[in-house]
Ligand binder design. Structure first.
Ligand code: AMP
Length: 113
């Protein structure tokens, strides 16, 4: 897989405001926040997009989700938040390293744009 900006954040080649890290995942603030709190949670494994996940990634995907309430609590999102995965072109994905957006700190609207 091609190296992305996110693999460079994992390897510390480029800086990021890292808010959480463990053996499998890392979370950092989005450089172009769409909400008062906007955090990206990514696996250290370089999976390009959700479509590329297989059965073998089941535990990893579960791990990413289980991390989110901890990260949200640490960020003070006690009133709720939104979790988004953009997948592929029509999903609006721009960085091809799987990531989950945590958006919070304001009222979210539905449907999303
Ligand atoms: P997506 O459009 O779902 O692929 O989201 C990619 C996200 O990565 C966007 O919200 C960008 O603002 C964010 N982003 C891109 N480069 C960086 C970076 N160097 N540090 C933090 N966030 C970034």
């Amino acid at each position: 897989m091609t190296e992305t900006i996110f693999s460079k954040i994992i390897s510390r080649e480029i800086p990021a405001t890292i808010v959480y890290e463990d053996d499998l995942a890392i979370a950092f603030t989005d450089i172009n926040s769409q909400a008062p709190t906007h955090i990206l949670v990514i696996p250290k494994k370089p999976i390009p997009k959700l479509d590329d996940c297989t059965e073998s990634d089941q535990a990893l995907l579960g791990h990413l989700l289980v991390c989110i309430p901890k990260i949200a609590q640490q960020a003070g999102l006690s009133d709720g938040y939104r979790v988004v995965i953009n997948n592929g072109n029509d999903g609006g994905q721009t960085v091809y390293h799987l990531h989950l957006h945590i958006l919070g700190g304001r009222q979210m609207i539905w449907p999303p744009g």
